[in-house]
Design a protein around this ligand. Structure first.
Ligand code: 4AD
Ligand code: MG
Length: 452
């Protein structure tokens, strides 16, 4: 079997072992009698140098082609690498027409340019690094929750509820080509999920601490740098939680542990992003990691914003949602340290958030985490666990009938509980400094665009 480039590069002793390596040519250059290839198979940012004598046809061994090389792993005289492959046999598996190939040798293509080629952009170092970080971050999220005693739950993609009540739903029905009756396949209208929260709440009623990481869908008419129609959400739900502070501790722990794990598991990929995509971001991230996150109330936030209202397109006002420009200002105001904003107006938030019963400025126990560069990264709340409060909220929204099962959870062993959802792409943007959300997901879906 072939050795991965990553494992080949780790063979520090360069024992002279005979190996086979497969991958794509990242660079080819001939020097006198020798041909130097750099072969990359995506297992690491670094490529393996393959050295061949001039009997090999250098025209065939061009940038972008896939190859298989066999030979000896030897100590490399070149700087910056321990080993290289002294090739005895090189076989082109699939050649690459350099003229037609949208990725050009030695060019650093802007991310916007690469977005036109979702089927090819993963062959560049930049996208490959981002996607390896994404893979590591997924594993790190799992390991954070596993170590904290959470049970992982697969929540459904197809659902009949609109958790957020925002009406941004994609409806699901069989295509007209199928033989099943098109109308009412499920007997009820069915949608792609906007959040796994309600299903997690069910499970927290049995497992106490649960989490999920899965695709969520929103028919938002937005081309913004932080919205997608399909994005991944990391969600957690915890029973017997009595205060927002308990939740916020888990949120901060998730952010910091996951990030530390990513930094230690793929430092080179993160470094590439911090060097070439977002210069200066390394320091900004360190600043976030070494400081305790801050907390302000929604009411305080509005006061701060009012002092600076000349900076905004939207006038800040109590009872109105915070805009992206407001969120970004608040984070700057807090010294570029992530900040929790808590206790939002009840009227702005979905039916499930717990009533604070606090008089004229009526709020719920909601919490958003705002981070530098991105704004809202996490949204969460304590859930209304009191039957009669919930019953009234549902009635006011006309949801009583549809949510009988949800009320049941408050009839049969209800407990104070809470949870949150973190936009996974926004998390990656935040730690890597990537400006546009479309560059941290393999295949972005957004208004007017569903390539591939
Ligand atoms: O604030 P949201 O809408 O919260 C919920 O859906 C809760 N039910 C989560 C929960 O408590 N379990 O979404 C959570 C996060 C946002 O803070 C944001 O980071 C991200 O999901 N998000 C998006 N990311 C990319 N594209 C979009 N269109 C997004 N909408 C929300
Ligand atoms: Mg939100």
């Amino acid at each position: 079997a072939a050795l991965s480039v990553r494992d080949a590069l780790r063979a520090r002793g360069a024992s002279g072992e005979r190996v086979k390596v497969q991958g794509w040519i990242r660079s080819a250059r001939s020097q006198k009698e020798v041909l130097f290839l750099h072969v990359n198979d995506g297992s690491s940012l670094e490529s393996l140098q393959v050295v061949a004598d001039s009997s090999f046809d250098s025209r065939e061994l061009a940038f972008g082609s896939s190859v298989e090389a066999q030979g000896q792993l030897v100590k490399s005289p070149s700087r910056g690498q321990n080993v290289e492959l002294k090739a005895e046999k090189i076989e082109v598996i699939g050649n690459c027409d350099a003229k037609a190939f949208p990725i050009k040798y030695k060019e650093r293509h802007p991310l916007e340019y690469l977005r036109q080629y979702p089927h090819l952009r993963c062959r560049t170092n930049a996208l490959a690094s981002i996607l390896r970080v994404r893979s590591e971050a997924t594993a790190a999220v799992h390991s954070f929750f596993k170590d904290s005693g959470f049970v992982h739950i697969h929540t459904p993609v197809i659902t009949s509820n609109d958790c957020e009540g925002a009406g941004e739903l994609f409806q699901v029905e069989p295509s007209s080509k199928t033989k099943v009756p098109k109308e009412n396949f499920f007997n009820v209208p069915a949608f792609l999920t906007v959040s796994g929260q309600l299903h997690l709440e069910v499970m927290s009623g049995a497992f106490t601490r649960v989490f999920t990481i899965g695709p969520t869908f929103r028919a938002e008419n937005s081309q913004s740098r932080r919205h997608l129609a399909e994005f991944y959400m990391v969600e957690a739900e915890i029973s017997f939680v009595e205060s927002l502070q308990d939740l916020m501790q888990v949120m901060e722990g998730l952010f910091k542990s996951t990030t530390m794990m990513v930094l230690s598991n793929c430092p080179k990929d993160v470094e590439l992003c911090h060097k070439f995509i977002a210069p200066g971001h390394k320091d900004r991230l360190e600043h976030m990691l070494k400081n305790n996150f801050l907390t302000i109330s929604y009411t305080e936030a509005v006061e701060i914003l009012k002092q600076a209202s000349e900076n905004f397109t939207f006038t800040p006002e109590w009872g109105v949602d915070l805009q992206t420009e407001h969120e970004k200002y608040l984070v700057k105001h807090c010294g570029n340290i992530p900040v929790f904003v808590i206790n939002y107006p009840l009227a702005l938030k979905p039916f499930y958030m717990r009533d604070n019963e606090d008089g004229p400025h009526h709020t719920v126990a909601a919490v958003d985490l705002l981070v530098p560069g991105v704004g809202e990264l996490i949204g969460g709340s304590l859930r209304e666990e009191r039957y009669h409060f919930l019953e009234q909220r549902l009635a006011r929204s006309g949801l009583t009938e549809a949510y009988q099962w949800y009320l049941d959870l408050r009839r049969f062993g209800s407990v104070p509980h809470g949870g949150f959802g973190m936009g996974f792409e926004r998390y990656l943007q935040c730690i890597l400094g990537v400006d546009n959300i479309k560059d941290v997901i393999p295949f972005p879906r957004f208004t007017h665009s569903c390539l591939l």
